[in-house]
Design a protein around this ligand. Structure first.
Ligand SMILES: NC(=O)c1ccc[n+]([C@@H]2O[C@H](COP(=O)([O-])OP(=O)(O)OC[C@H]3O[C@@H](n4cnc5c(N)ncnc54)[C@H](OP(=O)(O)O)[C@@H]3O)[C@@H](O)[C@H]2O)c1
Length: 243
């Protein structure tokens, strides 16, 4: 039996991933800031709700304790919880704007990984999937023809660049764990239901927004890789993504 924890799984890509991995036979802990909403999502998916706010040390510690007591080990950790933060022109972002987005997307990911590493290391073939974005790709952001170039979001994009580097650093440090970053691509969730006030207004329809089922594909693929699968990589639906 594979035990899997997904952070931020009350809706969007996390919820769809919970649904699919539960159907595939995983015992899924569905991470939810609000346990009641988590229980509702768990009822829909057959997963097990667990209170988990990635910005809250005590919440993360309690979640790790619960999984240790119930399951003993963790096979798959999916660091999915993420926020976009406000969309502004680059010059309008403030340090507190950065702190808000990094608190969830970067510090939260490290907090959860640090708390669950002992449980992952206690298992057989552990896997970590960090849900990143090609919004954090330096290569794409430097390419004026790319979608990412048309969606400049200083806080969010840089937080995902940090997630990519954190992925590589962890993968180098823990070669026996498969640790990869993935980019789901522009997906129709509450997350993408935002308007860009950037220099070029973004028309998501024009950019080819995909369904949540399609977006979750790469998360599921990398969550279910075997012990000989890649590690320290960055992947999107079509294959390796540029750093
Ligand atoms: N959608 C896209 O186009 C897209 C593209 C590339 C990458 N991504 C990435 O995919 C991931 C999931 O995004 P999504 O589109 O599914 O977004 P979403 O529909 O907005 O869902 C975000 C999830 O994260 C949770 N969350 C937020 N802050 C949290 C915290 N402090 N602790 C725990 N959970 C928290 C939310 O919980 P609540 O319900 O409690 O708010 C929700 O379950 C994110 O990392 C995002 O950056 C998305």
């Amino acid at each position: 039996m594979t035990t899997t924890l997904i952070t931020g799984a009350t809706r969007g890509l996390g919820l769809e991933t919970a649904r699919r991995l539960t159907a595939a036979g995983h015992t899924v802990y569905l991470g939810a800031r609000d346990l009641e909403r988590g229980q509702e999502a768990a009822r829909q998916t057959g997963a097990r709700a667990i209170q988990l706010d990635v910005t809250d040390e005590e919440s993360v510690r309690a979640a790790a304790k619960l999984v240790r007591e119930e399951a003993g080990t963790l096979d798959v950790l999916i660091n999915n919880a993420g926020i976009s933060g406000a969309w502004k022109l680059a010059g309008e972002y403030t340090a507190p704007d950065m702190e808000t987005v990094y608190a969830t997307n970067v510090f939260g990911l490290v907090r959860v990984t640090h708390a669950f590493l002992p449980l992952l290391e206690a298992g057989g073939h552990p896997v970590i999937v960090n849900v990143s974005s090609t919004g954090g790709s330096l290569t794409r952001n430097a390419d004026p023809t790319s979608v990412e170039y048309k969606m400049p979001v200083l806080t969010y994009a840089s937080s995902k660049s940090a997630v990519n580097m954190i992925t590589v650093q962890y993968a180098n440090a823990f070669p026996h764990i498969r640790i990869n970053a993935v980019s789901p691509g522009l997906t129709a969730t509450d997350f993408s239901d935002i308007a860009s006030p950037g220099p070029t207004p973004v028309d998501f329809g024009e950019l080819g927004i995909q369904s949540v089922e399609e977006g979750a594909e790469i998360i599921i693929r990398m969550a279910t890789i075997g012990p000989d699968g890649p590690t320290g990589g960055f992947f999107e639906a079509g294959g390796p993504a540029p750093w």
